[in-house]
Structures are given as structure tokens and as C-alpha cells.
Design a binder for this molecule. Structure first.
Ligand SMILES: [Cu+2]
Length: 624
């Protein structure tokens, strides 16, 4: 995958972008229209799909057509407007495809993925400018695949500018299966290498950026199946608010693997690598507004937002907040209320009352100070606690009604999202969006409070974090672990350890990768022959392909993964594995580890845009 530069080091652009042939009048070019991937392209007759595809020049805008246009090459069906993503190719297994491909572009193009599946990723059709070719092939095995093109002869993840939107979905359905699902293709129109001067990225889903993305509406109990495709240069961390989904299968664009019922995993956040796809199924159980979005800050922040670290102005127009604050890879979901099930705003009196106090250290790093108070059981205040780029853990009990008062003593508005917790929409924490049309979640203005109610139905590892559209809050530690325990369990601090991986402004060095708020954490002493639960949380601003390893002398040890995103793995998925895993942003994993012999182990995190890993030494000594 092409890497981006986090530290803003100027590097020469390493390749020439494909020249866009500029017509005398850009407005004479057709608009590239957004494709919602509902209607398959071509005509199906007697088991044969007749398809006429073209590669055309156009101008693409990620909004309603009023904003800035980008030069784009796009696929179109002959006689129709060019589309981004390209026309949906969707047939049943066994269908024969007769396709005519015309390259109307003023330069040559290479087209990939127009063949029987599973297919060879290197198999390409080269079309000179103005050339037309015919293809005949059988659709192949059921699955979710990609087709795409490049005009620069670059691989899929190195395409630049106009050619970056030349991608589409190719779906093969099992025979007789009704296509009751949705297909969502992620897009990035990008220019240059991210992090270098003049680079630009416009992130979309099915050809539109929030707030212009499609609004999805479902009924309570309506099971829905989605196919997510990523032909962009970057990986993504796709997060669903309020509900778990099942991952039904994954693919690399050419090969697709359907998971058996036993292999399917529950998730609230799923990593999708560049060029890859996954399918997911979920069932909305609670009414209100929800989100499905990428958890990488740069993919949900407007291109003109202040750069990370610069606080945004505190002035804020709540009527437009969901339009002004978020951008890009975000889809809004409305689950319609069920007349027989009134929304539950939480019990009148919660069994547990907590307070999360956010205060500010003006001009200092860390900028924020977070404190958790148990109002029914107040501990002595600890004034000596050093400031940290991490909030304290919040412990909840499964099935216990709880209210958490978020008290904002800082100078900026904020809002807290209870990541992974299945709760009512109004408390989910997206200002101006969650809740209902009658009453959306308010921002927590400076000097005010918001009381969130929840009765967590599941014990596991979750996250509380700012959902305010300001990278400075996430980079100043406005988050912490949210741990839900079984009703009969007390938290066991000796054997239950949490490691929060963050990205923050660590004084005096600046932006650093952090473990529990530190770039160089002190060793932790642990015992041999003792089973530990390690809770691993990635709440960086954008480390989608963070790798976590537990090694000794550089070799991964064996651990047992027991939960993902707060959901226990089913017994069939429990097995010992090498301690080396991807942990995407917004994802949590619980693992068990037991050392048999004394020694120094390293819990190590690596992120490609940072030159060196961060290690948390774990020193194992003989159990007494
Ligand atoms: Cu993303």
C-alpha cells in the first residue's frame, strides 16, 4: 500500500500523474453522476448479459453539484452519463457476459477485473486511446469483486487525480438468490502523496461525501446485508454506531471467501485494506439516527478543516452542526420508531451515577484533564495524579442502568460517544444527528453538562471518546477505556490490564504514537504461571493498519484472542495464535496470555507512517 506522510516532511513527488487533457471549456465535459449501485448495468437476455462500457472524461463533485469539481475519468454505460463508482456489474452465477469496452479517453488505459472470478489480479485489458474491444466470459463464483482501470500504468493504490475514480463493483450472486442487499463502494479522489504540500483527498461513498451521502432508512428488526468495497489507495476502519454486525465474508477484489456461520465474527469496527471488500449483516433494534463511517479522522474531516492540533473556533451553529462538522466517508442511518415499542430514554432513577468531568489546562499539553467520579461512592480526590493524554477507565456492569453526567469545564464544545455500547440513539453522542428529528443530541457547550443513560447488555472492552469534529480533542487524549464487567465480577486490576494505543501531542516532542498516554512507557512487572487478560484498544486519530505484537527476543509469543470490539468470541473461534495482529482504529481486542518462564516481553505497536514502534515492556518474574 502506498504510505502517507504524517510529519509533513516535503518529499519530491515520486511519480508523474497521468495528464488530464484539459478541454477549452471544462463545463463542456459531462458531470460524473453518483452511482448508488442499485441498478445493474447492461441487458440480460437468455442468460447472457450484454454490456457496453466506456471510459470517458468528466467532472466530478462529491456534493449536490454546486461545489468544486475535480477532473475525472469515469466508466459509463454507452449513451449514459459517466458514473462514480462505475456501473454496477451484477449477474447470477453461470451468466455469460458479452461486453464491449470503448476507451473514449485521449490516452491509453488498462482495465482490470473484467473476467471470470476468481481471477488473476494481473490480468488486464489494454486499450489505446479511441480503441474498442469485445470480451466474452462466464461470471464465475458467487462473491463481491472489483473492476478498475488506470491511465498511468500504476497499480490500483498508486493512481493519481483523474484516474482515481475508475473503479466499480462486480457482484456475482448465487443462483436463485434474491439480491436484497446494498453495495457501497468507497472512493478517494486523491492528488499527490498525503502529507506533502498541495496534496488533496476527497473521500466519498457511492460517489458522494457527507452530508450528501445517501440517507438509509430501516425498520426495527429489518435485517440488512451490505457489501463494502475499497478500491482506494488507503485502508479504512468502518464503524457502525449502536449495533454489532456480523462479517459474512472477505475478499481481495479477485478472490472472495464466504465465511461459514462458525467463522463469522461480530464487530462494530472492521478494517478494510486497500483493494479489499467485505460483506456484513446487521439488524437494527433501536429507533433513531445512527452512523456508519470510517474511523480515520482524515476521512471524516472536511478538507478545509484546521490542521490537526489547531483547536477549532468555539463558535458553533448547532442548526448546521452535522453538515459543518463531519465530511467524507460517513453515511446516516435512520431506524424508524415502532409504534408498539416507545423509545427508552433510560430508567427514571439509574442504579449507578457517574460523572465524567472534562477540564482544560489552557496553553498546556495535555490540553484536557479527565476525571471520573462515582457519585454514590466518592473516593478521596487524588490531587497528585499527573496530567495524562488519556482519560481514566470507566467501569460499568452488564445489565445495570447507569447514568454518566458529562460535565464540560473546558473552553470548547464537545460530545462523547460510547463506542461499541448498544444504547439509545439520543445518548450515542453525535451532536446534531443522533436522537430523532424531534430532538437531536446537543453539543455539550462549555460550562454545561449532558447526562447519558445506558444499560450495557454485553460485558467487554469498549471506548469512550470525543465525537466532536475537532482533531485537537482526539490528539489531546479526550478518550479512555470503557470496561463493562459481568454482574458477579469485580474488576481485578492485577490480572486485567488495559493498553490504550493513541496518538497525541506529547510535550515537548509533538505528535507521537502512545501506549496509555506515553511514547516510552515504563516496564510493567507481571508474574509467570498466571493468566492475564490484556485489553487492547486503538483510539489513534487514524492508524487504520496499526500492528500489535507481543514478542520475546523479537519473536511473537502465543496468546489467545477471546473478544473483539467487546463481544466474546464464540467457542469455535477460540484458539491460541501468534501474538501478531492488526488492530484498526476504533477496534478493541481482548487477549489472554500466560508466561511459563521469566523474561522480558515487549508489547509493541507499529504504524507505517511512524518510523519506530512503541514498546511497552512486560517483565515476567517467578510467581511467589
Ligand atoms: Cu477511512
Amino acid at each position: 500500500m502506498r504510505r502517507w506522510l504524517r510529519l509533513g516532511i516535503a518529499l519530491p513527488i515520486l511519480y508523474q500523474s497521468a495528464a488530464f487533457a484539459q478541454p477549452a471549456d471544462i463545463h463542456s465535459l459531462p458531470k460524473v453522476v453518483a452511482n448508488d449501485n442499485r441498478i445493474p448495468a447492461g441487458q440480460l437476455k437468455n442468460g447472457v448479459l450484454q454490456l457496453q462500457l466506456e471510459l470517458r472524461q468528466g467532472r466530478w463533485s462529491p456534493d449536490d453539484g454546486e461545489g468544486k469539481y475535480r477532473d475525472a475519468y469515469a466508466f459509463s454505460e454507452a449513451g449514459r452519463a459517466p458514473q462514480s463508482p462505475g456501473p454496477l456489474i451484477r449477474v447470477a452465477q453461470g451468466t455469460e457476459i458479452h461486453a464491449t469496452i470503448s476507451n473514449v479517453l485521449p490516452l491509453a488505459a488498462k482495465i482490470y477485473g473484467l473476467h471470470r472470478h476468481p481471477g488473476d489480479a494481473k490480468d488486464a485489458l489494454r486499450l489505446a486511446a479511441g480503441e474498442t474491444r469485445e470480451l466474452q466470459f462466464v461470471a464465475g463464483e458467487p462473491g463481491t469483486y472489483l473492476y478498475w482501470a488506470s491511465t498511468s500504468d500504476k497499480p490500483q493504490d498508486e493512481r493519481d487525480q483523474a484516474e482515481t475514480l475508475l473503479s466499480g463493483a462486480f457482484i456475482v450472486d448465487a443462483p436463485g438468490v434474491k439480491a436484497a442487499d446494498r453495495v457501497f463502494v468507497i472512493g478517494i479522489w486523491n492528488k499527490g502523496i498525503q502529507g506533502t504540500p498541495d496534496s488533496e483527498e476527497v473521500v466519498s461513498i457511492n460517489g458522494k461525501s457527507w452530508p450528501y451521502t445517501e440517507r438509509l432508512t430501516y425498520k426495527i428488526g429489518e435485517t440488512t446485508h451490505w457489501r463494502i468495497l475499497n478500491p482506494t489507495w488507503s485502508d479504512h476502519a468502518m464503524h457502525l454506531h449502536g449495533f454489532f454486525f456480523k462479517v459474512d465474508g472477505v475478499g481481495d477484489g479477485e478472490q472472495y471467501e464466504h465465511y461459514s456461520e462458525e467463522q463469522r465474527r461480530l464487530a462494530v469496527t472492521e478494517h478494510i485494506d486497500t483493494g479489499h471488500v467485505f460483506e456484513m449483516t446487521w439488524t437494527p433494534e433501536r429507533a433513531g439516527n445512527w452512523l456508519f463511517h470510517c474511523h480515520m479522522m482524515s476521512h471524516i474531516t472536511p478538507p478545509d478543516a484546521p490542521s490537526p492540533g489547531e483547536p477549532q473556533p468555539t463558535q458553533y451553529n448547532s442548526a448546521h452542526d452535522h453538515n459543518a462538522g463531519m465530511s467524507g466517508l460517513v453515511m446516516g442511518i435512520t431506524v424508524l420508531p415502532n409504534a408498539s415499542v416507545p423509545p427508552n430514554r433510560g430508567a427514571a432513577t439509574a442504579a449507578r451515577k457517574l460523572q465524567l468531568v472534562i477540564s482544560e489546562n489552557p496553553g498546556r499539553i495535555p490540553l484536557y484533564n479527565l476525571e471520573v467520579n462515582d457519585l454514590l461512592n466518592p473516593p478521596a480526590p487524588n490531587k497528585d495524579k499527573p496530567p495524562s493524554l488519556l482519560g481514566p477507565p470507566i467501569f460499568l456492569t452488564r445489565g445495570e442502568s447507569t447514568e454518566i453526567e458529562v460535565k464540560n469545564l473546558s473552553k470548547s464544545p464537545t460530545v462523547i460517544h460510547w463506542h461499541g455500547i448498544e444504547l439509545e440513539s439520543y445518548y450515542d453522542g453525535v451532536a446534531g444527528w443522533t436522537g430523532s428529528d424531534q430532538q437531536t443530541t446537543p453539543p455539550i457547550a462549555p460550562g454545561t453538562s449532558f447526562i447519558a443513560h445506558m444499560t450495557p447488555p454485553r460485558a467487554g472492552t469498549f471506548i469512550y471518546h470525543t465525537h466532536w469534529h475537532d482533531p485537537a480533542q482526539l490528539l489531546n487524549g479526550l478518550y479512555g477505556p470503557l470496561i463493562v464487567l459481568e454482574p458477579d465480577r469485580k474488576y481485578d486490576p492485577e490480572h486485567d490490564r488495559t493498553f490504550v494505543f493513541g496518538m497525541g501531542k506529547y510535550a515537548p516532542f509533538g505528535l507521537m504514537l502512545l501506549v496509555n498516554g506515553h511514547p516510552q512507557p515504563d516496564p510493567i512487572e507481571l508474574r509467570t504461571a498466571t493468566r492475564y487478560r490484556l485489553r487492547l484498544i486503538n483510539i489513534t486519530d487514524g492508524a487504520a493498519d496499526l500492528r500489535v505484537r507481543l514478542t520475546m527476543n523479537g519473536v511473537p509469543l502465543q496468546w489467545k484472542v477471546i473478544a473483539k470490539d467487546g463481544a466474546d468470541l464464540p467457542p469455535a473461534q477460540l484458539r491460541s495464535s501468534a501474538a501478531d495482529m492488526g488492530l484498526t482504529v476504533g477496534e478493541t481486542y481482548d487477549v489472554e496470555y500466560q508466561a511459563d518462564a521469566p523474561g522480558l516481553a515487549d508489547l509493541e505497536i507499529r504504524e507505517p507512517s511512524f518510523p519506530t514502534p512503541v514498546t511497552q515492556p512486560l517483565k515476567f518474574v517467578e510467581a511467589k
